[in-house]
Design a binder for this molecule. Structure first.
Ligand code: SAH
Length: 338
């Protein structure tokens, strides 16, 4: 087993089964995530315990195949054990180092504007492969990761168990101790999993890739909408916001002439109403594979103004990473084309 895929609870259970004191799990987490040890002999346990750990666990991290760096954004292309590739992006923000992690190799959701969907879903990432992305970024760029967006390649709720194990591992206080409120999981709208997520004892933040305020338009952009239409999606998001007492982000990519008309901002305001949601307006990142275009600044501002006038909370995402092809929806498609 890979040690980076073990939650604290799983490690504790494993130690108990082996007749060891489960409290050792915290010493192990502290050693591997805080001190960065890569050999069990560095933990100061007896020879018997060290040998047991060496026998049961490995320290496998993905291999760095390519490293790109610019002032505020950096990107790693990582090679997994079976030869598949994933990408991870580092955003150096004023308040700390934020990482955007991938959760699958490819994606099955097929959104019209997204490059990842073109790659098809090849497999889910294991918890250790998602944790490995954080560790690879920390080691490669000498940063301490303080925020995580689960918004890279893949649909996180299509890999629910592994993504929640990943969250458990990186939030453990004895380990990386990333705060739950500094982690955001973004979904295209898998309604049953939103309800499952609301049941977790310590859920992180939730973002919904909304991108359209009515079913007719959303059906044309996101196939998932035919399975879980907007009324159900909004109901699920509201349930989460009430249950977890968290504000839910509604992501909205601005596609010129498609969803950026002021009338859509009005519809969006009505859809949101007085729920505990806010809108994050995202500039579209043009890709070669589709025919969408970026909305003009004027269009974006007009849309923003309608939401503001209707008292909807709204922010605009800074455009990170477009020079590295690290912007949303472009991860690893560039690699695949080579
Ligand atoms: N599958 C998840 C997470 C990955 S996508 C989801 O759908 O939310 C992360 C975000 O990037 C989503 O909001 C997605 O809609 C957006 N995105 C995809 N392609 C994009 C593009 N070309 N430009 C801007 N944002 C894009």
């Amino acid at each position: 087993m890979n040690i980076y895929g073990m939650t604290l609870t799983a490690l504790r259970d494993h130690l108990s089964e082996r007749g060891e004191n489960p409290a050792k799990s915290e010493i192990i987490f502290d050693g591997i995530y805080r001190r960065g040890i890569t050999e069990f002999s560095q933990l100061g346990f007896s020879r018997r315990v060290t040998e047991m750990l060496e026998h049961d666990f490995t320290f496998g991290l993905p291999e760095i195949a390519e490293r790109l760096d610019s002032s505020d954004t950096a990107k790693l292309l990582l090679r997994l054990n079976d030869g598949e590739f994933v990408e991870t992006v580092l955003m150096r923000q004023s308040f700390g180092a934020c990482v955007c992690v991938s959760t699958q190799v490819g994606c099955a959701m097929g959104c019209a504007f997204c490059q990842s969907g073109r790659l098809k879903r090849r497999r889910d990432l294991l918890p250790e492969e998602i944790v490995g992305q954080i560790l690879a970024i920390q080691q490669s760029f000498g940063v301490k990761v303080t925020g995580v967006s689960v918004m890279g390649i893949g649909e996180p709720f299509d890999n629910f168990d592994n993504v929640s194990a990943f969250c458990d591992i990186i939030t453990a206080g004895k380990g990386l101790a990333v705060g739950e409120s500094h982690i955001t999981i973004s979904t295209c709208g898998l309604v049953p999993e939103i309800y499952r997520y609301a049941e977790l004892s310590h859920p992180c933040n939730l973002a919904i890739s909304l991108h359209a305020p009515n079913d007719a338009l959303r059906d044309t952009l996101m196939p998932i909408n035919r399975r879980y239409p907007l009324a159900e999606l909004i109901k699920a998001a509201e349930h989460f916001s009430v249950k977890a007492n968290r504000r839910v982000t509604m992501e909205y990519i601005m596609l010129s002439g498609v969803n950026d008309e002021p009338q859509y901002a009005q519809q969006l305001s009505e859809l949101i109403g007085d729920r505990n949601f806010y809108v994050n307006i995202i500039p579209y990142n043009p890709t070669e594979a589709d025919s969408f275009e970026k909305s003009s600044c004027e269009r974006i501002m007009a849309f923003y103004d309608v939401l503001k006038k209707n008292n909807i909370g709204v922010t605009m995402r800074r455009e990170f990473g477009s020079e590295l092809k690290a912007a949303c929806g472009q991860l690893s498609a560039a690699h695949d084309e080579r």
